[in-house]
Write a protein of this length. Structure first.
Length: 308
């Protein structure tokens, strides 16, 4: 006689049959998450929040800051996804990017395009409806300039770093506009600081991965600069300009401790730039890269405490 219970799948069997599907879903979600470049978004959220806090006059509005950050995050995630969609062929030619979701085939081109557009439109609309129109315009103009100017130029001219630094510094203005619905001279000082910071940061990356970029046809460094002397000199010049700009921006809040903190942080950053200029080695470029990642949040924290 047949046992009726034998015709009903056991809980264990159901669980085992669902496990591959669940694993595939989790893997797909991780790939979508990677497409948004979360490590870059962390930097964007940090600079956006700094712009919001430094621009804010009067009481602190938690809801306003959260809405500004969320809308900016959506646009930034859409930008990162669409950037990878545009560069998927060349990403597959570089060791450092070959395993990304698109070149590896884990996410289809159509999926990435739809995901990027959805995030971008949602972020722009979110800022327009829940923050203000200016922040939305700044965010969407950042997206367009990054995708339509910086991204194509990476394969044509080293000037892409200069032009890419403009959208790269825009999160500070988005945050400021989110708090004040305006862009002031003080906001432009903050923009200039992030604009200048990008050169030692990204040129150090370009030196570290020079062969990888060249393999994919990216013109991140001048072809005449075979010994990297020109690029190393650039890094020092931009670092000096960065430190000078931070001090100049702090003259309106010219406390000894405040200015001293700016000079100390800038001096340490300049030290690593000079070390790279002297040696030109990959380890020196790596140390400057890590110094830049530490320097920026320290600098923004000093400015935030200086406001208080």
């Amino acid at each position: 006689m047949i046992d009726p219970n034998s015709l009903t799948p056991s809980r264990t069997a159901l669980k085992n049959s669902q496990r591959p599907f669940i694993k595939r879903m989790l893997s797909k979600l991780r790939d979508y998450y990677v497409l948004t470049k979360p490590e870059v978004n962390l930097l964007i959220l940090m600079t956006t929040s700094a712009g919001y806090y430094l621009g804010l006059q009067g009481p602190f509005h938690v809801t306003g800051m959260i809405n500004t950050l969320l809308g900016t995050l959506l646009v930034a995630s859409g930008t990162a996804t669409l950037n990878q969609w545009m560069e998927q062929v060349w990403d597959g030619q570089m060791r450092r990017t070959a395993n990304r979701p698109l070149p590896s085939g884990r996410v289809s081109s159509l999926e990435a395009l739809a995901f990027g557009l959805l995030l971008s439109v949602a972020g722009g609309a979110y800022l327009a409806l829940l923050v203000n129109g200016l922040s939305s315009i700044l965010a969407l103009s950042t997206l367009l300039s990054y995708l339509l100017i910086y991204t194509p130029l990476k394969r044509h001219t080293p000037l892409c770093t200069l032009l890419g630094a403009f959208p790269g510094a825009m999160p500070t203005l988005i945050g400021w506009a989110g708090a004040t619905n305006s862009v002031t001279t003080q906001a432009m000082f903050l923009f200039a600081i992030l604009f200048l910071w990008q050169f030692p940061h990204f040129l150090a990356i370009a030196l570290m991965y020079r062969e990888d970029y060249e393999r994919a046809g990216y013109r991140m460094l001048p072809r005449f600069d075979l010994d990297s002397r020109f690029t190393r000199a650039e890094i020092v010049v931009f670092t000096v300009a960065l430190v000078a700009t931070t001090v100049l921006s702090g003259l309106t809040n010219a406390g000894t401790v405040y200015l001293g903190s700016l000079l100390l942080a800038g001096g340490l950053f300049l030290y690593y730039s000079l070390k790279l200029a002297a040696s030109g080695s990959r380890p020196s470029a790596s140390r400057l890269l890590h110094a830049s990642v530490v320097y920026l949040p320290v600098l923004l924290a000093i400015m935030a405490f200086g406001k208080r």
